[in-house]
Design a binder for this molecule. Structure first.
Ligand code: UTP
Length: 302
């Protein structure tokens, strides 16, 4: 069998309007909101790098300058910290600019996630590639992308990440119809539907923001009409691939059971900060003590 091309490129769409987080996102991209002391997007780039993908293309929009600056050098700040002899903060500043080879492309109009992914076509070319949503945070201790890459290398085609959600939550996600495979954590996708009514949902498997895609997705996206919400939906293009394997191979799903936060949602964003802060060696002990006291007091008072 001919060897399949290895995956080396990650695409991170970060051009959405972030309306759920207004007014914070009026002039700042939601991906730059800090989760403890690092912007959400840095966790996502770190995840790509730890899965072996150090060529990162970010799809940005109008307000996205801070994203580019964050992954670039800041000579003024670096020399100020050097003069002070503050090596540990200097290392923190340099960490993000040394992480990966970063590339940027602007989406122009935010016409949907499918359209954002299509903007990556000239950079990606004809290889399979990974997509990581810039506002979706997978806990670094629960690796997912490596497993998805393994599944893609084994079966070819495309692989999407799935998570079981309560039936009343499924209308918030893309939803997959699936068939079991011999591997416990992997399913074959037979159909996909974007944000279904619970009564029409084929399962409670929700699509979460990690994908390993066959390059044929670009041909399908070029033909994909705007769908739900008037946006060009990645789910609609994946549905085409799942419906006809001849287009770009099979579509599989890896069922994720680890910790994941949608940092574009205010409640999940708060949960991410509290959990990650509690687990930090430097901040955790003091923060946990405070939190225990605060929660105890809140519960007794109200
Ligand atoms: P969301 O569905 O979270 O949309 O996008 P949004 O516009 O960013 O946020 P809300 O719903 O208005 O609060 C999912 C991912 O797709 C990217 C977003 O940046 C996010 O990472 N996206 C979405 C684009 O890059 N371009 C688009 O046109 C739409």
């Amino acid at each position: 069998m001919a060897s399949r091309p290895t995956i080396s490129k990650a695409v991170i769409p970060a051009a959405g309007l972030g309306t759920r987080f207004l007014p914070a996102t009026k002039a700042t991209p939601k991906e730059m909101l800090p989760v403890v002391d690092k912007p959400a997007i840095q966790y996502v780039v770190e995840e790509a790098v730890s899965a072996g993908l150090d060529d990162v293309l970010m799809i940005t929009g109008r307000n996205k300058r801070p994203l580019e600056d964050h992954f670039d050098r800041n000579y003024e700040l670096e020399s100020a910290l050097q003069k002070k002899g503050d090596a540990s903060r200097l290392a923190k500043v340099q960490e993000s600019s040394d992480l990966a080879t970063m590339h940027y492309v602007r989406q122009g109009d935010p016409k949907g996630l499918g359209h954002a992914v299509l903007c990556a076509a000239p950079h990606v070319g004809h290889e399979p590639f990974a997509v990581l949503l810039g506002d979706d945070l997978i806990d670094p201790r629960d690796p997912l992308l490596q497993r998805m890459i393994e599944v893609q290398e084994e079966h070819g085609g495309s692989v999407i990440a799935l998570m079981e959600v309560a039936p009343e939550q499924i209308h918030l996600y893309g939803c997959a119809a699936v068939e079991a495979t011999a591997e416990g954590d992997t399913v074959k996708i037979t159909g996909l539907v974007e944000k279904p009514d619970p009564a029409d949902a084929p399962s409670n498997y929700a699509i979460i923001g990690r994908y390993v895609l066959a390059p044929q997705i670009f041909d399908v996206l070029r033909e994909t009409e705007p769908g739900r919400g008037g946006e060009i939906q990645l789910t609609d293009a994946l549905q085409q691939l799942a419906a006809d394997e001849k287009l770009g191979g099979p579509v599989h799903g890896v069922v994720f059971q680890g910790r994941r936060y949608d940092t574009g949602d205010r409640g999940d964003y708060l949960r991410a900060i509290v959990r990650l802060a509690c687990e930090r060696e430097d901040l955790g002990p003091e923060f946990r003590t405070w939190l225990r006291g605060y929660v105890g007091q809140e519960l007794t008072e109200g």
